[in-house]
Write a protein that binds this ligand. Structure first.
Ligand SMILES: NC(=O)c1ccc[n+]([C@@H]2O[C@H](COP(=O)([O-])OP(=O)(O)OC[C@H]3O[C@@H](n4cnc5c(N)ncnc54)[C@H](O)[C@@H]3O)[C@@H](O)[C@H]2O)c1
Length: 414
């Protein structure tokens, strides 16, 4: 292995997967890695298809072809959410390690199947592509928290308001979808896709994993939509961990201006923050006046790829494994159970901006201010504000022993 390049295949090259293709084509040689194959049912979506073909890199329409004759060392899965579990299992069965894009998968039962498949392949890894979890900034913050330098965690809260236009929702058949026509769950939403990083990060820095004391034990959620989609585009979640930390997450695509991510993680002895005052850096401020700048968590987006390459070549540990990514999936599943009927913002509240290129942005008047107010006061919608929320917050859902979405328990077979 030390004498040949690590062979990396990429599934899903038309969207975010293009960044992996670009990194491998442009920088693969610096890391002794090559793009060995690509998979996409519609490879013409890739802006780099010509370059791929010029290098005679095989292009497959499905994963089975790429796993059949000369399987790669690593498969990068930059495919839709509902493909993550079956593709991960197929790779592991062939002895191929996986770098799976976030979120891990749609449901907790899928996560359990992924975990089981991995347990049958102890020499292979599954790494989950939350890029912050590979950054020196987040990893050193996590070390300091684990070493007790901040004291006990009290409350972690994050807000991220990122507008998304109609073209975002129409770019594929699953954006904003609750489930597919065949019934499979997708659960695509801001909290389970574009801003999932920042929900995951609160669990990641606390080292929450499968059923440990920092894992989510209960969630209450408010879920609503303004866009014509089947899932939600606006969420507020209050989570309690088994060891008593409160985690709050506010995220929406139905706003006009981009804000955040901004967060405040409160510990007994220090506050850790990222907001307009920290210039994109994460900064800790101890109550005794000391401060520490941990840096910019966005500095190297492809560290996850090079880390996976090192995982194959030198058995380097992977910082974000399946168990690290499970708390986010559990929270998303429980949030749906908490608010089973997604609220709809009224037409009176909803605005539509129309652009010259035909695109549109649906946004809700006053929502950005209301979400920021909730974040500032650690409150759920309706607790401290006068905004006209279209429904009340859902009921709390227990997540300890939650093994099946929906409901927590697998229904008895008839
Ligand atoms: N880490 C990040 O910052 C980041 C950013 C964006 C997206 N993502 C993740 O990447 C994944 C893909 O999202 P996207 O926005 O690029 O989606 P997309 O729909 O824009 O692109 C998905 C690509 O996968 C292809 N595809 C569909 N079915 C396939 C199959 N069976 N086999 C192989 N390819 C298939 C599609 O043809 C398309 O080219 C999601 O999990 C998403 O959350 C991560």
């Amino acid at each position: 292995m030390k004498n040949r390049p690590v062979r990396v295949a990429v599934a899903g090259i038309g969207g975010y997967g293009d960044q992996y293709v670009a990194a491998l084509l442009e920088k693969g040689h610096e890391h002794s890695a090559i793009l060995s194959a690509v998979v996409d049912p519609d490879p013409s979506l890739s802006p780099r298809l010509q370059a791929i073909k010029e290098r005679k890199t095989p292009v497959f329409e499905d994963m089975a072809g790429a796993l059949r004759d000369s399987p790669p060392d690593i498969f990068v899965l930059a495919t839709p959410i509902h493909h993550h579990e079956p593709m991960t299992v197929a790779c592991l069965e062939k002895g191929v390690s996986v770098l799976c894009e976030k979120p891990l998968c749609a449901t907790i039962q899928e996560a359990l199947r992924m975990l089981e498949a991995q347990q049958h392949r102890p020499g292979r890894f599954v790494s989950v592509g939350y890029q912050w979890s590979f950054s020196p900034t987040i990893l050193s913050l996590r070390e300091d928290i684990s070493a007790g330098l901040m004291g006990r965690p009290l409350e972690l809260r994050t807000v991220v308001l990122w507008p998304r236009k109609r073209s975002y929702y129409s770019r594929n058949s699953w954006a904003g979808a609750l489930r597919l026509a065949d019934g499979r769950w997708v659960l695509d939403s801001p909290a389970h896709n574009a801003t999932a990083h920042y929900l995951h990060n609160m669990f990641f820095v606390l080292r929450a994993a499968w059923n440990n004391s920092s894992a989510p034990a209960e969630v209450s959620a408010f879920l609503a939509r303004a866009n014509p989609i089947t899932n939600y585009d606006t969420a507020a979640m209050r989570i309690r961990t088994a060891d008593g930390t409160t985690i709050l997450f506010y995220s929406t695509h139905a706003v006009r201006d981009s804000v955040g991510p901004m967060f405040l993680y409160r510990f007994e002895q220090a506050d850790v923050l990222m907001d307009s005052s920290t210039g994109g850096h994460i900064v800790a401020r101890w109550h005794d006046g000391r401060t520490k700048d941990y840096g910019d968590p966005n500095s190297d987006q492809m560290e996850k790829l090079w880390r996976a390459v090192l995982g194959v070549r030198d058995n380097a540990p992977q910082p974000c494994a399946i168990t690290d990514a499970v708390p986010q999936v559990l929270t998303i599943n429980g949030a749906h159970d908490s608010m089973q009927e997604i609220a709809v913002f009224s037409q009176k509240q909803t605005q539509i901006d129309k652009y010259a290129d035909g695109d549109q942005l649906v946004w809700v008047e006053g929502l950005a201010e209301a979400m920021l107010g909730c974040w500032q006061h650690s409150a759920m919608p309706g607790e401290t504000d006068n905004f006209d929320w279209p429904a009340r917050v859902g009921t709390p859902v227990r997540l300890t022993d939650y093994r099946w979405f929906p409901g927590g328990k697998q229904p008895q077979q008839a």
